[in-house]
Every structure is written in C-alpha cells, then in structure tokens.
Design a protein around this ligand. Structure first.
Ligand code: KIV
Length: 261
C-alpha cells in the first residue's frame, strides 16, 4: 500500500532542494485526481465557499461543511498530506474554540490544519503544537479579512510580514502560505524562515506553489487574476460536450445501437 506523505517528508523534500506542490481538493473527483498526480499536499480549502457553494466569498463557510469535505478528501487520497482549512469563525473566538475545532479536522482525517493570520493566532498555534496538531500559517492577503482589507489586497508591509512569518515559525507552524505577496517580498520572507513557504500570487521564490483546483483547470472562466495559470479549459470543453449531448438527444443521435442493451 502507498504511504501517505508526512510533514517530515514535506520538510525533507524542501531540504533536498525540491519545490512543493499543493492543490485544493473538495470531493472524490478532485481528491482522486490530485492524489493520482502525486501532488504533495491536498488542501481542503475554504475556497469551497466560492468554488463549490457559489458564495461571493469564504465568510459563510461553516465547520460542518469543512468536515464533510475533509472526510471525503481523506478517504479518497492515499499519497497526499491532507490539510483542512479552518473556516472563518472557527478559531477567532478563543484558543479553546480553535483547538477543539482543529481536533474535529484531525478526527475527520486531516493530517494538519491551516489558519489565516499573524500575531493574533500565535497563542493558538502554540497550543496546537502542545496538543499534537500541525498548523500551516497563511499570511499576505487573507480572504477571511476581505471586509477589513476592502477587497483582495495586502495590508501589511515587508517588515510586518517577515516579523509575522518568524513568529509563526517560532510558535510551531510547519509551513506558511503567502498569498498575493509581491515576489521580491516573498523572497525575503522565505529567506527569513526555515519552514517552507507556499505561494499563491507570490512569485517564484517560495518553497512551493498552491493553486485552486477549479481555477487551474479552467472551471471558472470569469476568474482571471494575474497569478493564475490555466492548465486546461474545462469550462469550454464541458459546455461544448453538454450542448452536443443535448443536440444528440433531440435529433436521435444518442443513444445509438452500441449504447443499447
Ligand atoms: O482556501 C483556499 O483555497 C486557500 C488557498 C488559496 C491557499 O486558502
């Protein structure tokens, strides 16, 4: 049986000079594909609020949604390290609240959790370390603060980011996502810490990259930020296939003899 990657494997890979790949996964379909592609980390991202649930942002995502999807991704992967993304409201109230919700993620099959923020989450990250819960940090643009930042933008300067990355590392974070951080700053943040940095819109100097499954495969034609590379055009091909099916049904082209018992 294939052995699932551990945090030590992730660290060893970076220490060996290799880059990390992380992709979001939410359901059996995406989890199996991400796993078969031997992506290092499957992130059950709270981006499921926008990509799966059709919300305008991630703020409405609840623990019950995240646990449902985490269980599926854990069940349908054998290779990837599975990281569950703590949704807005599941860790901001108190350390106890954050720890108990993080435990629920691990019980659902996640190997680690991710949470957004710098100084405000340090006591929680430390406590998680004490009770055996690996934490991935998330700095830069943090989508759960979208109301505060008035849109997808960075509201911290270079020295604050470096300081917070160092503090997250000291508190025990095993990796840090850097979102929408200018490449030159992401390079300095990455050099300032020993734990891997994983960038999205943060240039080429981070230790790894993360993209959202639906965005990189072209499910979301209207979402085209500069950082996104589309590796296929699913939306266009799926639409074409569905229209062809409709036409076939209407004109009798489907089912043909070979599709019939
Ligand atoms: O929820 C998510 O998909 C994320 C990644 C973009 C890092 O947080």
């Amino acid at each position: 049986m294939q052995k699932r990657l551990t945090i030590r494997d992730i660290h060893n890979k970076v220490d060996g000079g290799f880059k990390l790949s992380m992709v979001t996964a939410y359901d059996a379909f995406s989890a199996r594909l991400v796993d078969r592609a031997e992506i290092d980390i499957a992130l059950v991202g709270d981006s499921l609020g926008t990509t799966v649930q059709g919300r305008p942002d991630t703020l409405g995502v609840e623990m019950q949604h995240m646990l449902y999807h985490t269980e599926i991704v854990a069940r349908c992967t054998q290779h990837c390290l599975v990281v569950g993304d703590m949704p807005f409201g599941s860790y901001q109230v108190s350390t106890d609240q954050g720890v108990s919700n993080a435990i629920a993620f691990l019980k659902a099959g996640a190997n680690a959790v991710k949470l957004e923020g710098g100084k405000s989450v340090l006591p929680l990250v430390e406590r998680m370390g004490e009770v055996g819960i690996p934490v991935m940090g998330h700095l830069g643009f943090t989508p759960q603060s979208i109301n505060q930042t008035s849109g997808p933008r960075l509201n911290k300067d270079k020295s604050e980011l470096i300081d917070e990355a160092r503090l997250l590392q000291k508190a025990g974070a095993f990796a840090i996502v850097l979102e929408m951080v200018p490449a030159a700053i992401a390079k300095e943040v990455s050099a300032a810490v020993n734990v891997p940095t994983i960038g999205i819109g943060a240039g080429p100097h981070t230790d790894g990259q993360v993209l959202v499954f639906f965005d990189m495969l072209g499910f979301s034609p209207d979402f085209s930020p500069k950082f996104l590379k589309r590796y296929m055009n699913f939306d266009e091909q799926a639409l074409k296939a569905l229209r062809q099916y409709k036409a076939d049904v209407e004109d009798g082209g489907f089912p043909a003899k070979e599709h019939s018992y």
